[in-house]
Design a protein around this ligand. Structure first.
Ligand SMILES: NC(=O)c1ccc[n+]([C@@H]2O[C@H](COP(=O)([O-])OP(=O)(O)OC[C@H]3O[C@@H](n4cnc5c(N)ncnc54)[C@H](OP(=O)(O)O)[C@@H]3O)[C@@H](O)[C@H]2O)c1
Length: 328
């Protein structure tokens, strides 16, 4: 089979498309013939050797994927020919990932492709939606009517968070540096949008928030933005630290935490157990069932174009970057 692999960590150019063996199945694993995968910034960190618990090279990254079951354990939940997507686990972290024609995935981390969804949508959605759900609901405790600010709102996690927060009845303020993307975010349902790089970001957010305090911030940027988030959130607010696209360290004013009684919490989608991920996925799909919307895809690349796809991801796409592994 063909797979994108790196033999040494370093530049993303270390990823090469090559022939390798079809993975041997371990107990409880399903062999998936992949149709689509999608990229996450973590895939780049992994190739660069900056990701904890990464697999030993030669290694195939890729955490998200959808495809068709080729072999499944007898008596299990899946049969040959079932259409499935991957909800999480160690695939593309320490176990070989989805930028390949075949992937061995523990049965407990698979789910049927949602009714009416394409392989592309099913490969695009799981990781970012489960992350956004964890940030908004599981850790963030979002309730109906609260005001939520989402940084990096045009990204994979951001677009998922905008959809899910709206589905939960929140008032959503979405941040993006790009005017065109802000317009699209509004068309997608964000109540307000603000330029991430506005010199007085806190004041701009307050202006659009009106009288309602910001109760919850979902931060995908880190670096200098964490301090800004602490200034934006209201008294007794919650700030969920999801990502660090801007910078890996932040300097914050501790007095803000104390005087405003703010809760700052880091979270990882990897903290879901398989059962919890399946439950959260069901709740996410229930949000989609009440709407005609679908996960946002920025662009679909062919299997041979993975390098271009990583470049597109780095430029800051609107929504997910999908790889079509096999025509369908
Ligand atoms: N904690 C977890 O379990 C978990 C899970 C998934 C992802 N993450 C992390 O969450 C972060 C976001 O992931 P993603 O998939 O949403 O990424 P993404 O699709 O690449 O999008 C992030 C968005 O952030 C904005 N952005 C990027 N760099 C920026 C900068 N320097 N300053 C200001 N804005 C910037 C861009 O939007 P504009 O151009 O519109 O401003 C971009 O579209 C990453 O750090 C990722 O590793 C964490």
């Amino acid at each position: 089979m063909r797979a994108w692999r790196f033999h040494e960590t370093g530049d993303i150019a270390n990823l090469v498309l090559e022939e390798t063996d079809v993975p041997a199945l371990e107990r409880g694993e399903v062999l998936v013939r992949l149709k689509c995968a999608s990229l996450n910034p973590a895939d780049r960190y992994l190739v660069q050797g900056q990701y904890p618990r990464a697999g030993t090279p030669p290694f195939t990254p890729g955490r998200d994927g959808s495809g068709i079951v080729l072999h499944a354990p007898s008596g299990g939940r899946f049969r040959e020919g079932d259409k499935v997507c991957i909800l999480g686990g160690l695939t593309g972290v320490s176990a070989q990932g989805t930028l390949a024609e075949r992937c061995a995935v523990p049965e407990e981390w698979l789910s049927p492709i949602p009714e009416g969804w394409t392989f592309e949508q099913a490969a695009a959605a799981p990781l970012v939606h489960l992350t956004a759900w964890r940030a908004l609901k599981v850790c963030g405790g979002l309730t109906h009517g609260e005001t939520v600010v989402i940084t990096g709102a045009s990204g994979g996690v951001g677009t998922a968070a905008v959809f899910l927060a709206k589905a939960c009845g929140a008032h959503v303020i979405a941040l993006s540096r790009d005017t065109a993307k802000r317009k699209t975010l509004e068309a997608m349902g964000a109540d307000e949008t603000v330029d991430t790089n506005a010199p007085a970001l806190e004041r701009e957010v307050r202006k659009v928030a009106g009288d309602a305090p910001v109760s919850l911030v979902i931060d995908t940027l880190g670096g200098p933005f964490l301090e800004k988030c602490l200034r934006i959130v209201g008294s007794h607010g919650r700030v969920m630290v999801v990502g660090l696209l801007a910078e890996v360290t932040s300097e914050i004013t501790l007095g803000l935490l104390i005087h405003k009684n703010i809760r700052v919490q880091g979270l990882s989608v990897s903290a879901f157990t398989p059962d919890q991920a399946q439950q959260a996925w069901a709740e996410i799909l229930a949000c989609y069932e009440k709407s005609s919307k679908r996960p946002i895809i920025s662009r679909i690349f062919d299997m041979e174009e993975v390098q271009d796809a990583f470049r597109h991801l780095k430029e800051g796409p609107l929504g997910k970057v999908v790889i079509r592994i096999e025509d369908h």
